[in-house]
Design a protein around this ligand. Structure first.
Ligand SMILES: Cc1ncc(COP(=O)(O)O)c(C=O)c1O
Length: 382
């Protein structure tokens, strides 16, 4: 469409890829039986299709398919892991214990943890360094006698910073502490082998990886107790009841498989485009500061602050021309808690842009974005 804004918001969501739409197509009205209905051949066929999709997705994560529980997205997966495991653990040991997280988590982790606090659990929120990185030393200092759960995201949704999950998992394992990670932004961009990385619970989402919206999964550790959030027909081993959305499950597995197959090729291109974007912006617009580590970062993320301008005026000028985010899509417009955690002021946080690049984009898109942003900043600074 003519005069559509440039799209630089691929961490908020992605379009379904053509291959994904093709894979889902027959499951809307040709194969439509209920996969839980094992009494007829059509139901069995659907159940087998779900089984194949589960195998495919499990393969992308380096886990046994039994460890996958399909959910409506990463928000539900986080809630299930955090509330479900904590409540079950509290029943097992007789009282609510201590949980550790990082202050730069998405609200889909921070808010269930707030709920746990209301239920009597103690929650420590660790603050990362100025690059957005959490050190092992900080985590070690935070452990308490009754710490039973640590939740640390693999990659941040706003600043793209990647945490050292393998180091954290060793620290947790040696103390018998369970590790959950929200990998909604990392999956499909970083190679993840859940088994090798020693992660007990991992949350992922379909719509961040060119799959459908409304589907995600929680990788569970089968030996751990977990209380369901949704009760009903016993689907997903009784952990998440409800008829599985077959087309979405098929599409999710296909999207994952495409993303993992093309991971290095895509990342090479995305890194090139992102680096060009940052270099060109810096060379044409003075007084920009990057937010978060540039080295330990998702390939398609750039987040920077434009000094000396007012955020609301910048937004007004940019919105007709470019889709971007000034914080996470789910933060209701308040200044980014992530940017504040790494030391930005409210004013700086408000004049920051998260630009995220799509895998179909080209150099000309980067050039257009640079000239749109440059024009807006020059006008505001004049
Ligand atoms: C890090 C992170 N966690 C969770 C979510 C929520 O995922 P979903 O939309 O699949 O519920 C998002 C989406 O923005 C995210 O970026």
């Amino acid at each position: 469409m003519e005069n559509q804004p440039l799209d630089f918001d691929y961490q908020s969501t992605t379009p379904c890829s053509k291959g994904v739409v093709r894979a889902m197509q027959p499951y809307w009205n040709e194969f439509w039986a209920n996969p839980s209905d094992r009494q007829n051949r059509s139901g069995l066929h659907m159940s087998a299709s779900i089984g194949l999709a589960r195998d495919k997705l499990a393969d992308c994560l380096g886990v046994k398919p039994e460890r996958l529980i399909f959910t409506s997205g990463a928000t539900e997966a986080n809630n299930l892991a955090l509330l479900g495991y904590s409540r079950a653990k509290a029943i097992e040991i007789g009282n609510p214990g201590h949980v550790i997280t990082i202050s730069t988590e998405h609200h889909a982790v921070l808010d269930p943890l707030k709920q746990l606090k209301r239920e009597g659990f103690r929650v420590t929120q660790l603050v990362p360094d100025s690059e957005g990185i959490l050190s092992s030393e900080k985590l070690i200092e935070a452990f308490q006698d009754d710490t039973f759960l640590v939740s640390i995201m693999l990659a941040n949704n706003e600043i793209g910073v990647i945490q050292s999950l393998e180091d954290f998992s060793k620290l947790c394992q040696s103390r018998g502490i369970v590790l959950h990670s929200d990998a909604a932004q990392a999956f499909g961009y970083l190679p993840i082998n859940v088994e090798q990385m020693g992660i007990d619970y991992l949350s992922i989402s379909g719509h961040k990886i060119y799959g459908p919206k409304g589907i995600g999964a929680l990788v569970i550790r089968e030996s751990l107790p977990i209380q369901p959030l949704i009760w009903g027909g016993g689907q997903e081993n009784g952990i998440r009841a409800g008829t599985l959305p077959v087309p979405l499950v098929i599409g999710f597995a296909e999207a994952a498989s495409i993303a993992i197959n093309d991971l290095s090729l895509n990342n090479k291109k995305l890194t090139f485009l992102r680096d060009k974007l940052w270099n060109d912006l810096q060379s044409q617009i003075p007084d920009l500061i990057v937010n978060g580590s540039l080295d330990r970062r998702l390939p398609h993320n750039l987040n920077f602050t434009i000094l000396g301008i007012t955020g609301s005026r910048l937004k007004k000028r940019l919105r007709p021309f470019i889709n971007y985010s000034s914080a996470s899509a789910c933060s209701n417009g308040s200044p980014s808690h992530v940017l504040m955690a790494i030391g930005r002021t409210v004013k700086e946080a408000e004049s920051s842009l998260r630009l995220s690049i799509g895998r179909e984009m080209e150099e000309k898109d980067i050039n257009s974005a640079v000239s749109v942003i440059k024009k807006a900043v020059n006008e505001l600074r004049a």
